[in-house]
Write a new protein. Structure first.
Length: 550
């Protein structure tokens, strides 16, 4: 931690370029900023603007095809060109990271407890039992259920939000002087997000830590940031205090970015197209229960109990609830990736409760899915053009020049340049990888789309365009959609109906107005009350009211 008045982090004339297909492409151009102890600087901007590249470049974590120049000083010590031993010593102890995609940042071969203990014993003189006790304290602090049992779980055994919390616990293990938080609440539901923001705020206040926050969630920015730096295409567009940027933005791009932020109750109620009313459901789940089977000493776990829901052609149903409530489990069962132990699942009239391999192949033509972690759901060895075209090729719908044309059309539909078809997933930003996953899911124009947090990695302007795109595609193709998300403002824009889950059970379902304006259940009211708003003063009042009610 900084013991003088100098900034904890000083960045000056900092440049990042990537070597792609024989050409240097700039990702960050002449960046200048600093972060003082006890302060939060938020870097915001569209996906691909260079935010994450800056975060990774600070500690020499970029891919081998990157080059950096300029100066990055941590507590006055230069990091650009520093020896590997100094960088290893600084990472974790003085500078800690919360990475954007926990599934790819956590080691799948080790339990989360082992990975936290490893961090503690690398930087502190701790015995195994002392480190284990401290790791369980950290897991408890980030509110992962059953901390002692979760200590021995592997990343794939946790929900997306729980993985994010495990990574946050690891990053906070050494009480860092500088925390680089790259989309720290992307996979978190609003109630846990509020707790994590309180946790980060307490870290800042208790340890006087500096925080570099990278996010597309302007509600999170309003809640935490002291200063904001707005980026576009690798350049600084605008810099100022949180109050200046939110209330008196000067640049048109900043004004457009703020205008694109979704707000609860900001759009008219969506109605089903008249010609679709009365048609049979595309997806029908009737008293469905889903279990993860016993493995070794790990007992069977019932993730969903007695779940019933129907989705009709042209309808979007938003499925919301806290992390670990069973939302993703329902989505995967709805397209045959998980079997039901009780109840019945039907897609376009076909029973897929316990599907055979042949039945699964047939229903894949009617269904598409957008997974929560775009980095882990795309094949790292395939160019993204091949990933998008794979469903078309395997189904026999297109090949040769027709396949190339369809892939380019799909790239256009998610607003990615045609030239990106030859790039690999690691060469794209998190938001760009998410758009690739969306294009792949829509390749076969499915009757049912399962969208599992499809906007979690998208900045607000791209998110707004994607939501328009999804609505336009649905109006044209009339597919049914189960939209799984923790972002209630997105559900407000898209959904005809909303279903609320808690602890594996459906607690409330109704129209958008019924759920968001007149919720019956206290749990639903708590979810709505935890939604951050993109206004620093209003968010401060909401936060203080929430803390006072505890």
């Amino acid at each position: 931690m900084s013991t003088t008045n100098q900034p904890v982090l000083q960045v000056s004339k900092f440049n990042i370029d990537f070597w792609v297909e024989g050409v240097w492409y700039p990702a960050a151009i002449d960046m200048n900023f600093d972060v003082q102890a006890g302060k939060v600087l938020a870097i915001v901007g569209e996906s691909g603007s260079g935010k994450t590249s800056i975060a990774m470049g600070l500690m020499d974590l970029l891919a081998s095809n990157a080059r950096v120049s300029g100066s990055v000083k941590v507590n006055g010590v230069e990091m650009v060109g520093a020896k590997k031993s100094l960088l290893r010593k600084t990472r974790g102890a003085d500078v800690a990271y919360i990475f954007q995609e926990p599934m790819t940042a956590l080691n799948p071969l080790y339990t989360i407890g082992f990975q936290i203990v490893e961090t503690l014993r690398t930087h502190f003189d701790m015995g195994p039992q002392e480190a284990r006790t401290r790791a369980i304290e950290l897991i408890t602090m980030v509110e992962i259920p059953n901390p002692e049992g979760s200590f021995d779980k592997y990343p794939h055994q946790l929900s997306g939000g729980q993985r994010q919390r495990a990574m946050i616990a690891q990053s906070l293990a050494c009480d860092p002087g500088l925390l680089v938080a790259d989309e720290p609440t992307t996979a978190l539901d609003v109630t846990v997000q509020a707790e994590i923001l309180d946790l980060i705020r307490n870290l800042r206040d208790k340890l006087n830590s500096a925080i570099l926050l990278i996010t597309h969630d302007m509600g999170v920015v309003a809640d935490l940031a002291d200063h904001i730096l707005v980026m576009k295409d690798g350049l600084t567009v605008e810099y100022g205090t949180s109050d200046q940027i939110f209330n008196r933005p000067e640049r048109p791009y900043t004004q457009e970015l703020l205008a694109a932020v979704p707000k609860l109750g900001s759009v008219a109620v969506r109605q089903l197209q008249p010609e679709l009313v009365g048609l049979p459901p595309v997806l029908k789940l009737q008293n469905v229960s889903i279990e993860y089977p016993k493995k070794g000493r790990v007992p069977a776990f019932r993730a969903v109990t007695d779940f019933s829901l129907e989705i009709f052609p042209g309808e979007i149903v938003g499925l919301v609830g806290e992390s670990g409530s069973g939302k993703t489990t329902v989505g995967r069962a709805a397209i045959g990736l998980l079997p039901a132990v009780e109840g019945k699942i039907e897609i376009v009239g076909r029973d897929i409760t316990k599907p055979t391999p042949q039945e699964l192949r047939e229903i894949r033509r009617f269904t598409g899915i957008v997974f929560q972690d775009p980095g882990s759901s795309l094949n790292p060895r395939l160019p993204i053009g091949e990933s998008i075209g794979e469903p078309l090729l395997l189904s026999g719908d297109a090949k040769g020049k027709e396949l190339d044309r369809r892939v380019e059309d799909l790239l256009d539909s998610v607003e990615l340049p045609k030239s990106y078809r030859n790039r690999y997933p690691h060469e794209l930003s998190g938001g760009q990888r998410q758009r690739v996953g969306i294009a792949r899911a829509l390749a076969l124009t499915p009757s049912l789309l399962i969208a599992d947090e499809p906007t979690s990695a998208l900045d607000v302007s791209v998110q707004a365009r994607f939501l328009d795109l999804l609505q336009n595609l649905q109006d044209k193709l009339k597919f049914a959609c189960l939209f799984i998300t923790h972002d209630l403002a997105v559900v407000d824009i898209l959904s005809h109906r909303i279903a609320v889950m808690q602890d594996g059970r459906l607690v409330e379902v109704g129209t958008r107005d019924q759920i968001l304006k007149n919720p019956r259940e206290d749990y639903t009211k708590r979810l709505i009350g935890a939604v951050p708003v993109p206004n620093p003063e209003a968010q401060r009042i909401r936060r203080e009211a929430r803390l006072a009610s505890k």
